[in-house]
Design a protein around this ligand. Structure first.
Ligand SMILES: NC(=O)c1ccc[n+]([C@@H]2O[C@H](COP(=O)([O-])OP(=O)(O)OC[C@H]3O[C@@H](n4cnc5c(N)ncnc54)[C@H](O)[C@@H]3O)[C@@H](O)[C@H]2O)c1
Length: 250
């Protein structure tokens, strides 16, 4: 796909999870639109591939965003002016229903999907507020819109993403900073989601067989995320937008 738009010329946008899937497609789309991309991922190998395979102004940082020290490192690499933040990095659970949740799964899913997202958002806000300009886009999930798309830890984390999104939008839209989320349905990426519960498989299986829309391409999510990051969406804030092939309409 070629893009002739120049919506991000001169802008700097941080993208987490930029090594794979939706984050990588977002980084590629931004770079194609003349953005300076600060690409963050826990996988140095994936970031090396991104640098080798994608043209454009991309700087990378291999770091685990759950490490509190990563926030300062990301901001330092980004520099004084940060126009946008795409909080894309996320992990699934093992489709555990509530009675089967392992503490380790709960803590890791909440740490990556919610706490790290909050910390990075909190860190970019002072600069954005000082300039009265900025756009933050969070990647939620169809699991943030219903109870039948994942296990309990992931479902809980993605509902929390919605809360973080609307609360941030409420407080800061009047001061020039927009915050929105996309809620993807199934997307062809490297995300891992093994069934670790027989009951969950029995309960969710029939829903997945009858209700799931076609699997999306990461580029389809990147199109929505970059639209929300751009001034094309200048009057959009606090929106949780399903980008799910119509799943939320069922
Ligand atoms: N793929 C889907 O079907 C789907 C559906 C709904 C929502 N989502 C959401 O989309 C987002 C992106 O997922 P994806 O499907 O592109 O998955 P992916 O696994 O292909 O990409 C996610 C990237 O995030 C990175 N990452 C994971 N934990 C990290 C950490 N602690 N620090 C830094 N980087 C980390 C991974 O290394 C990976 O490169 C996630 O938030 C996910 O919950 C995906």
């Amino acid at each position: 796909m070629t893009h002739n738009a120049h919506r991000f010329a001169g802008a700097t946008v941080i993208v987490t999870g930029a090594g794979s899937g939706i984050g990588r497609a977002t980084a590629e789309r931004l770079a194609a639109e003349e953005c300076r991309v600060v690409a963050v991922d826990v996988s140095a190998e994936r970031l090396a591939h991104l640098e080798q395979e994608v043209d454009g102004d991309i700087v990378t940082l291999a770091t685990d965003i759950t490490d509190p020290a990563s926030t300062a490192a990301i901001l330092e690499l980004a520099g004084d002016r940060i126009d946008g933040l795409a909080n894309v990095a996320g992990i699934m659970d093992g489709f555990e229903p509530t009675a089967d949740i392992a503490d380790a799964t709960w803590e890791r899913v909440m740490a990556v999907n919610v706490t790290a997202m909050m910390r990075l958002t909190r860190a970019v806000l002072p600069g954005m507020l000082a300039r009265e300009q900025g756009s933050i886009v969070n990647v939620g999930s169809e699991a943030g819109l219903r109870g039948s798309a994942a296990g309990t830890p992931y479902t809980t984390s993605k509902h929390a993403v919605n809360g973080l999104t609307v609360s941030t939008a409420f407080f800061y839209t009047p001061r020039g900073v927009r915050c929105n989320a996309v809620a993807p349905g199934p997307v062809a990426t490297n995300i891992e989601a093994p069934f670790r519960s027989e009951w969950a498989q029995a309960r969710l299986g029939p829903f997945f067989q009858t209700n799931l829309p076609a699997v999306a391409r990461p580029e389809q999510l990147a199109a929505a995320i970059t639209w929300l990051l751009s001034d094309d969406a200048s009057n959009v804030s606090g929106a949780i937008i399903p980008v799910d092939g119509g799943w939320a309409a069922i």
